[in-house]
Structure formats: C-alpha cells, structure tokens
Design a protein around this ligand. Structure first.
Ligand code: ADP
Length: 447
C-alpha cells in the first residue's frame, strides 16, 4: 500500500480523500492555490504545497507545478479527485513517467473514453444499445441537416470532448439545428479547447441512470448497482439516489452487466461510472463513461457499505478486489442533494460571498460531505458546490422525510444556496412518487 500520496484537488473531494487515507494510515499532501490558503483541505492534510495563483489554469490545472509538488513531497501516488486533471490522459502519463502512480485508469482508457464518439463505437461493438447518431464528427451545416433528417428530430448536439453538460444543444427542426451548431461549437471550443461536435437522437422523457464499476488490475470487474441522476438543470445533476425507483431487478441486472462489459472492453482499471439513458419502456442506451470518482459516489457508498475511495487506493496499489458480485447488496435508499452557492430565484447565479453562519444538519442517517464553515469565503474561481447532503434510510419514503427534515435545519447565511429549490422538489408529488424525467426541474421549477 502507498505510504504517502498527493491530492491534486480541493474542496470537499480533497477532504473525502484525506479521510480515506487517514483511516488507511496513508499520509496526505495536498495542493492549494493562493485563493485556498485558508481552506479546510489544507488544514486537514498532513502537508500542503502552494501551486500557484487562484485561476485554475495556473494552479489546479497546472501540470508542471503539480508534478513539481509531487516530486518535492516525495509521494508514491497522486489522487486527482474529480474535475480538474482527473480525466487528463497527458497528466496520468506524466505521473507514470515520473514513477508516481496515478490513482485512476490507464491513459489509454482515459483517451478512449474521453472521446465520446469513440466510446459510442466501443459500446456498439460489445452489443450495448446506443442512441442513433454519427460516430464521425460532421463538418458542414448541410451534413448536419442530412444526419438530423436520417436520425429524426429532436436531436442533440454534443461536444465530442464534453463534460458537465456544456456544449450541448437540443434541436427540434432545421432552423434551430443550424442556429445551434455555431453556439455548440463555440461552447465546446471555450470549455474543452476542441470545437468538435456530433449529433445524437434526443431521447424525450428519459431518466439518467448510471452504474458504478470497480475494476482491479487482475481482471476482476464488479458493479455496485445504479445511481438515478435524473434530477438535473441544464444537463447538470442536482439530486442523485440509489437504488433508482425506476428499475426492476431484470433491468438492474442487464444494466450492470452492460456496464461491466463496456469497462472490460475498455480494459478499464479503478473506479468508473457507465452512464445510460432509460426510456419509458425500460430500454437503456449507453451515453458515456466517466473515468474517475463521481461527485455522487456517496449514495452508492451508503447503500452498498463499500468505501469507494478506499477501493480506489487499494486497486491503484495493486491489491485485488476482496469481494464478489454476489456480496454487493443494496440496503435501504440513499439520496444526495448538491448544495450549491447559487441563487435559484435568480437564474442560479453563483453567489461567491462569505458564509456568515453555518449550522449543519445531523441526526439518524444524515451524512454531510463539505469543506465549508462559518467565515469561509466561497471563491468565485471554482465551482459553486458547498456541500453534499446525503440521507440514508430504510425506505424511499423515510429517506424523503429525512431529507426534508435535514434541509429544514441546515442554516447557511451570507450566501444564497439551492436549498429552497430542494425543499420544493422534495415536497412535489411527482418526485415523491418517483415519476420524474431529466427535464422535470426545468419544466416545473425554473423558467
Ligand atoms: P456530460 O458529459 O456533459 O455530463 P452526458 O452525455 O453525460 O454529458 O449527458 C448529460 C445529460 O444530458 C444527460 O444526463 C441527459 O439529461 C442529457 N442528454 C445527453 N444525451 C442525451 C440524449 N441523447 N437524449 C436526451 N438527453 C440527453
């Protein structure tokens, strides 16, 4: 096992990794930008190294500085968390060339799955359904129109290198398609430095269901069941739960097996997530694989009892997975709310202010993953996630009651947060009955 690792991240996920390491007797060295000098992840790690000014490109995305920090700190491995460099094949390769293990999949898997069109091809080759679309990117508007007519409207334009819901546009006719192409390309270029986009059939009334997989270096691949991430805004997740109220045991089994076969075909190692869209008839379609720990991993941890970050560390150090698929049982129901420093009354505008009062909820079945506290300045340089509130109870109804209670006692002052939106969602009959789709939040609560 590693004796000392570098955490190339910040915020709640850096703390989550520190927690796993501390329980395993692994020393942690974290990096931080000048804006994060007083952050909780810096205080909680054994050591911390400043890697540059506040903008992420100069610090958390600065490979040269992070590798230099890893060398100075003399670590065995780097945990990239999520976001930032977590799916950067170049970064993982440089780590390896410096004799530092990268706690994640190989750079080949990252390259393959980082290109959504290649990932689609792979899924099709192993017999997993994908939505109709073009695997080769198109060049001209005419080509795009021809493809859209072949596929049939509505279609969705997506950035080939996309992530975080950016660079995505739904088009319902010729005019909106042509108008959307340039916007999607520009967004893709700005966000991913690559304007390549492709077209896919847009699935109406869909649910987003994803499968957590774990793969060791010895060829064993297991899955930890599903997470239902249907509640989204602008294709970005807000609420996640496990198990999904929309799956029966047959679909769950088929989806789990499909995820494992895709991971196997990609020669995947470490923790990863295979994402699907589910239609109203119970058909599911592969959309992408995320090659890192996910923001929403705690709901899976709560229902399976598996510590996913611990497993990541064990796998990266060469240990085999010590349990079998039959040992994975989903116990109870867990739901997570992503609490962002955003104003839901004002188009979800980020609120990067100082937190003046902070009283976190607790009690039975409540877990809070956060780096925030009273007095903390929410930085405008990074994402607006301030806490993940997770409730785990025996049944979905009890979980919803528990979440309402926990949201109600959470005191956060000085910033606006998404808590009022969640209070409305958790009181809405469609959510309570499990009858939602990916446009539910936008259709019902935001205009
Ligand atoms: P990203 O990598 O940016 O998160 P994904 O491919 O995972 O993008 O898609 C994010 C979300 O966008 C999905 O959960 C879903 O709500 C929506 N979406 C993506 N592709 C489709 C599609 N073909 N039809 C309907 N919705 C889609």
């Amino acid at each position: 096992m590693f004796s000392r690792i570098l955490i190339a991240n910040r915020g709640e996920i850096a703390i989550r990794i520190i927690r796993a390491c501390r329980e395993m007797g692994i020393e942690t060295v974290t990096v931080y930008s000048e804006a994060d000098r007083d952050s909780m992840h810096v205080r909680l790690a054994d050591d911390a190294i400043c890697i540059g000014p506040p903008p992420a490109v100069e610090s958390y995305l600065n490979i040269t500085n992070i590798i230099a920090a890893a060398e100075i700190a003399d670590v065995d491995a780097v945990h990239p968390g999520y976001g930032f460099l977590s799916e950067n094949s170049n970064f993982s390769e440089i780590c390896h060339s410096c004799n530092i293990d990268f706690i994640g999949p190989s750079s080949e898997s990252l390259l393959l799955m980082g290109d959504k069109a290649r990932a689609r091809k792979l899924a099709r080759e192993v017999g997993i359904r994908i939505l109709p679309g073009n695997d080769e990117p198109f060049e001209t508007d005419e080509e795009a129109l021809k493809l859209a007519h072949q596929i049939g409207f509505p279609v969705i334009l997506k950035a080939a290198m996309g992530g975080g819901g950016r660079g995505m546009r739904v088009a319902r006719n010729d005019v909106s398609l042509v108008n959307s192409i340039n916007v999607a390309r520009a967004e893709a270029q700005a966000a991913f430095k690559d304007p390549t986009i492709y077209i896919e059939k847009y699935l109406e009334n869909a649910r987003h269901i994803e499968i957590q997989v774990l793969a060791d270096r010895h060829g064993k691949i297991l899955h930890l069941g599903e997470r239902d991430c249907t509640l989204q805004r602008r294709h970005q997740k807000l609420v996640e739960e496990s198990p999904s109220p929309a799956l029966n045991p047959e679909i769950r089994k088929a989806m789990g097996e499909a995820a494992v076969s895709i991971a196997r075909a990609a020669r995947y190692v470490n923790a990863g997530t295979v994402e699907f869209l589910l239609d109203a008839e119970g058909n599911f379609y592969f959309i992408e694989m995320n090659c890192r720990v996910q923001v929403e991993h705690p709901v899976t941890e709560m229902v399976t009892g598996v510590d996913i970050v611990r497993e990541q560390l064990k796998i990266a150090s060469g240990q085999p997975l010590a349990f079998e698929q039959k040992d994975v049982q989903l116990q109870g129901v867990a739901i997570e709310c992503r609490i962002n420093a955003e104003d839901p009354e004002n188009k979800f505008r980020p609120c990067p202010n100082r937190i003046t009062a902070w009283f976190p909820p607790g009690g039975p079945g409540v877990r809070l993953d956060t780096h925030a506290h009273a007095g903390m300045l929410v930085s405008s340089y990074y994402d607006s996630l301030v806490a993940k509130l997770i409730v785990h109870r025996k049944t979905r109804d009890e979980c919803i009651v528990g979440m309402r209670r926990a949201l109600g006692e959470f005191i956060i002052e000085g910033i606006k947060t998404t808590i009022p939106l969640y209070e409305q969602i958790f009181g809405h009959a469609r959510f309570v009955r499990g009858l939602v789709n990916t446009t539910f939040v936008e259709d019902v609560f935001t205009h």
